[in-house]
Design a protein around this ligand. Sequence first.
Ligand code: TYM
Length: 346
Amino acid sequence: MNDAVQTQSSNAAFTKRVFSGIQPSGGLTLGNYLGAIKRFVQMQEEDYETVYCMVDLHAITVWQDPAALRRQTRELAAGFIASGIDPAKSILFNQSQVAEHAQLGWIFNCVARMGWMQRMTQWKDKAGKNQQNASLGLFAYPSLMAADILAYHATHVPVGEDQKQHLELTRDIAIKFNTDYGVDFFPVTEPVIEGAATRVMSLRDGAKKMSKSDPSDASRINMTDDADAIAQKIRKAKTDPDALPSEAEGLDGRPEARNLVNIYAALADVSVDAVLSDVGGKPFSEFKPMLAELAVGKLGPISGEMARLMENPGEIDELLHKGADQARAIAAPILEQTYDIVGMVR
Ligand code: TYM
């Protein structure tokens, strides 16, 4: 084994480093913002190195129009920055700019087992009934995701609830690699799934996740929606006829009510109990305008700043190139050590 190979025995020996990514496969939604980006911004101010990425290689596991992909990638970068990601404090870049992701992804394709991938609920949902016709990339998606994280020896990964299974698989890949090669090389990553809005639901159906790929635009709030669109979508959001409860237990069995209260709590940075002690007893006809006002107040400045940044795509590209250089400086030596452990002559 190369001398440079580290032989740590616990995550305590690794730098506290955050990695997370978002697919540029559509516009940013309120779900991405509350479930992920808001936490990314907080962690940037905490005691971590933070690395954030637009995962374009993941996006093309399902067909993307090339011009739309380019626009969405820049728009996503603008969304990160407008939401408070500071390129002076965090590394921000585009996945395909750092080849180490795909290179380590290949090694992990040889570590991960077919059975592990077959159990992934996102694979089953996205491939649907016709798995034979899904791309091989879609099947291998979680292995590339493990490479994203482990190429930086990231110790913490903030995500929404829907990514939990993928992060468990990342841990399995790290452990199997370490065991197969008799090393303590990859950390066993901690998922960070916290807050009132780790699973923001569709505004039209409280049983479905809010998603950028939902065919109904009324089901989601897009970060680029203007004040009127936000207010209208909230006004039309599905609810039940009862008034809001005064305590959290009163939300049991009321998924739509729970969703709107969770969104309010997450936007206002207060607990669900605090929201309900204020609005308990009010009908939705009173609560919805309060939520719309809060959402417009919080999201309006972000979408305004996104639009301003999008006027200068050259500046965005330059920031991403700088970020990619910084990212490569961390990932390249880790990939080299991985090749060495595996037995590649370099
Ligand atoms: P993606 O692009 O689907 O979503 C990006 C982030 O937003 C969160 N999220 C939500 N959170 C709460 N409520 C929702 N309705 C909601 N919708 C989305 C997701 O949980 C995610 O945190 N596989 C990842 C991208 C990825 C990645 C990575 C993440 C690739 N490599 C490495 C972390 C680390 C994904 O599909 O995200």
